[in-house]
Design a protein around this ligand. Sequence first.
Ligand code: NOJ
Ligand code: CA
Length: 715
Amino acid sequence: MNRGVKRVAAALGFTWLALFAASANAQISQAPEEPQRPAAAEVRSPDGRLRVAIRVDGEGRPEYSISRGDARIVDWSRLGFILGDKPKLERNFELAGHEQSSFDDTWALPWGERRSVRNHGNQMRVALREKSNDSRTLSVVFRVFDHGVGFRYEFADQPALKQVNIVEELTEFAIAEPATAWWIPGGEWNRYEYLYQRTPLAEVSQAHTPITMRTASGLHLAIHEAALVDYAGMWVRRVTGQRLKAQLSPSTAGVVVRRQAPFTTPWRTIQITESAAKLYESSDLILNLNEPNKLGDVSWVKPFKYVGIWWSMHLGTHTWASGAKHGATTAETKRYIDFAAKHGFRGVLVEGWNVGWDGDWFANGWDFDFTKAYPDFDLEGLAKYAKSKGVRLIGHHETGGNIVVYEKQLPAALDLYARLGIDAVKTGYVADAGGVRAPGDDGQVHFEWHDGQVQARHHLRVVEEAARRRITINAHEPIKDTGLRRTYPNWVAREGARGMEYNAWGDPVNPPEHEVNLVFTRMLSGPMDFTPGVLSLEGAGGRRILSTEAKQLALYVVLYSPIQMAADLPENYAKHLKAFQFIKDVPVDWAQTRVLNGEVGDFVTIARKDRHSDDWYLGAITDEEPRLLSVPLDFLDEGRRYHATIYRDGPKAGYQGDGHDLQIETRPVSRHDRLQVKLAPGGGQAIRISPNPGRLKPRAPSRSKAKPQPEFDVE
Ligand code: NOJ
Ligand code: CA
C-alpha cells in the first residue's frame, strides 16, 4: 500500500473497521491493508467456523488463507512448484474455475483407537490456468473439516506437463498469530530421533512434521501431511517471521519427485483446535484424507502384545552378532516362548537371528541374508515350538538402510516367514540421513533419505508384498506416518521418534517430558512402536530410566499402537509381577478413545474402551512436575457400577526418587465419580475399570441434591 492510500485509510480508520466487521460473515474477510484484492473463492467447514480462501495476486501467484471466525489462522500463503526441466508453476496464473461439494460418511477401522471414523466436510476444487506456457493447468483441492483443513495439488495429464520433475514445492504456511512450537529438526543425521524442542515459532529452523503450535490466544495447531505416496516427505522450513515453507526431503538425483501426470500430491494438513486434547482427537482428519482399505478382507491383521530378545542387546548383555554373547539362540528363544505362553503374549520378537550382523552392520548392510539363520538358531524348529504353545515368532529384517540388498531378497524372505506361519515382521533401516543405499535406474547404487520419494515407494512395496502373504509390518527408522494404515491396514506401527531404546544407551536418556511431548506431536500421525514397560527402570550399566513404574504402565494407554511390546527382560518381570499384571491385562485394540485433559509437554490423561469387553483403561502421565488431576469418569455407562484397579505412584515415587514406589488399590467407581489422580515428578497412573458382575436393579432415587448417586445397585 502506498503512503497516500495509507493516509486515506488512516483517516477513514473507523469506517474501515465497521465495514470490515460487517463483511466478516459475508464474503471472505479482506485484510485491511489489502482491500483491493478480494478472494476469488472460498469454502467453509460444516459448522461454518473455518474458512479457506484462494486467490491469485497481481502477478498471478496463487495463494490461500485460513480463518477461524474473525481470526486469521494462516495468512496469505503461496502455492506452486519449481520444476527441473520446465518453467516453474508459480506465477501468471488465473483462476479458471472452482466447484464445491460436501461429504459425510462414516467408515470402520479394522483396528484402532475407535471403531469408526466420521468423515464430514466440504470440498472445493480450484482450477488454476497459466496465461503463458501453453496454458498449463494445476488444480488445488481443499477439504475443510470442523477441526482442520487438508489440501493437495492435482496434476492433470496435458501435453505440456506429462513428465513432472519437481525440485521444490513452494507451499507456505504463514501462521498469523504469535505461537509457541514443539518440533524436532528436519533433515538432520538422526532422522526423527530427536528430543522435542519448545521455542517461539519464530525461532524454528527446519522441522519435521507433525509440528505442533499453541498460539497466543490458546489455539492448538499442527501441520502435517496425509497419504504420502510416491512423493517426497515434507519438512517445513521457516522463511521469515512465522512463515513456514514446504521443504521436500532431498534426493541425490537433484529432482526430488519424479511422476507421470496425472497424479496428486500428498495432502498438506493443518489441524486447528481450541485445546491440546482436541488436537489429539482431531487427528482422524489425517486418516480421512487417505484412500479406503485397498486390501479387502483384513481380518487376518491381528493387534497383539509381544516380548522379545531385544532389550538385552540394547543393554549390551547380548549381541546381535554371532559369538559368545549371541542373543538369538535356540535355547534363549525357547525361554522367551515359554514366558510368552505363560503370560498370554502372542508374539516373540527375535533380533539377530539371521546372518549379516557380524562386523560393522551399522555401516552397510551388504552382508544381511534374510533367509539364512545363524547356526545356533533353529528357525523352523522354533516356529513349530512357538505354534505348539499358541505363540508366534515375530520376524525381523534389519537392513542397515541397504534396500539394494533387501529388495532383492524381499519375496523369498517373506515367503519363508509365510511358510513358517510368521505373520508379523519388524523391519529396520539403521543408517544416517542420506545414508539409504538404493538401486538406481542406471544400475548404480544411490544414496537417499529415509523420507524421500525412493523410501516412500520402498515402504509401500514392502507393505504390499507382505499383505499378499498376510503379513503385517512394523518399520523402524521408517518414513513418517501419514495415515496409510487406512489404505494398508497391515502397516500396523512404526518407530519414527525416540523410543525406549534411548533409555538403554541414550546420552542423554529420554527426559520425563519426552512421552508427553510425543502424545501431542509424533502421535498425531499414528501408532508408534515405542516399546514401553521397562519395570526395572534400568538401562545399560544400571543407568536410571527417568520414570516411575506407574508411568511405564500408563504408557500402554497413552502411546497408542495395535502392537505393544513388554520390553523388559523376563527375569525383571518376575521381580515385578503385580505391576506386570497391568501389562498382561491392557488391550491393544479399542472401541473408543477420550483425551480427558492435557497440555503439550506437561501432562495428559487418556481413557480408552476395550473393543472386546466393557472395560475401560485410563493412563495419565506427567513431565518432571508432580500433578494432581481431577478426572471425571463420565465416560462410564449410566446405571452401571464398576471397580477400578489403580496403579499409582506412591509417596516416595519420582523420576529422581524411588521409581518402584508403586501402590495398587481397588475401589468402586461410577460415572458420577471424579478421581483425584496424583502423579509424582516424572510419574504416571494406570487404571483398569471393569463393570461389576451381577444384575443391575434400579434403586430408589437419592434425596441428596448435592451429589448425584449411582442409579443402580448391583445384586
Ligand atoms: C534400531 C531399532 O529401533 C531397534 O529396535 C533395533 O533393535 C535395532 N535398530 C536393530 O535392528
Ligand atoms: Ca531406532
